[in-house]
Design a binder for this molecule. Sequence first.
Ligand SMILES: Nc1ncnc2c1ncn2[C@@H]1O[C@H](COP(=O)(O)OP(=O)(O)OP(=O)(O)O)[C@@H](O)[C@H]1O
Ligand SMILES: O=P(O)(O)OC[C@H]1O[C@H](OP(=O)(O)OP(=O)(O)O)[C@H](O)[C@@H]1O
Ligand SMILES: [Mg+2]
Length: 297
Amino acid sequence: MDFVKDLDNRLLFAVPKKGRLYEQCMQLLQGSDIHFNRRSRQDIALSTNLPVALIFLPAADIPKYVAEGNVDLGITGQDMVEENEVTEKITQLMSLGFGQCRLCVQVPVKGEHQTLESLCGKRIVTSFDAFARKVFEPLDAKYGKKTTINYVSGSVEAACALGLADGIIDLVESGETMRAAGLHDIHTLMTTESVLISNKNTHHQDLISKLTSRIRGVITASKYVLCTYNVERQHLDLAVKITPGRQGPTISSLVSHEGWVSVSSMIEKKRTGEIMDALTDVGATDILVMGFTNCRV
Ligand SMILES: Nc1ncnc2c1ncn2[C@@H]1O[C@H](COP(=O)(O)OP(=O)(O)OP(=O)(O)O)[C@@H](O)[C@H]1O
Ligand SMILES: O=P(O)(O)OC[C@H]1O[C@H](OP(=O)(O)OP(=O)(O)O)[C@H](O)[C@@H]1O
Ligand SMILES: [Mg+2]
């Protein structure tokens, strides 16, 4: 296939080719109806229903590709955007609600150095060397020391046990990897999640707006459920306070039950149990909760 010719006029959309963000990115593309066939090992896949080409890249490289206009749109971690120092050079369109974790300075639990000041002048191993320099250069200047910062691309937690580092900077989600390596965190540099970013000068603004709105629909749908119930009209005010909806609930009369109405309202998925309890307490009946896969609200 002549890819260079086929890429002409397509929006180039970079997505992580592997790692922690990969699965959820694929689900997001599927939910947004961005269809494509990707052959094994292929890093470029043409969409079959939109003028889009998906470019599969390491998450760490995506911010630079977007900032420099090599691609128009990308999904990566907020931490990667900051590490590549391109925050001002790209447009951050939306947070995507997955890939949530913290970037932390970590040291051996029983280690000699338990503060940033104490680590100053010692050895740090990390995949986030720009962050590391930002933390330790001011301390080096203050204390007249030189912290050694060594880059590794993965398995950062092993560095202390191997005697290569006095501390590390890496991501922590559950903390399992950190604890398994006998480390604990002494300082959080940032909390991060996946983000949708675009190049500032892209010629594909209309298509980006369309894709952004599709992706927002899928993400919103994953956070909300539709709750319907019947309630006596005299208790409607109380019930509506419990389920105000995003733009007010839909209320219709129940022809077969004089004085009763049927209410339908979007509620936050994570509050479902508590809302159903509260509705029961005000006399609501036939409470149903239904998930949906997409929406425009
Ligand atoms: N444990 C985690 N929990 C949540 N999000 C994470 C976690 N690890 C990484 N991320 C997010 O995913 C982004 C990409 O990291 P990831 O480790 O998936 O890439 P990678 O290092 O290229 O892949 P791999 O680790 O498979 O080599 C990070 O910048 C961060 O935003
Ligand atoms: O707090 P946890 O839930 O244990 O997650 C944190 C770990 O996840 C990431 O590693 P990844 O799985 O990407 O492996 P890597 O070190 O090879 O990049 C990150 O670099 C941490 O090591
Ligand atoms: Mg990783």
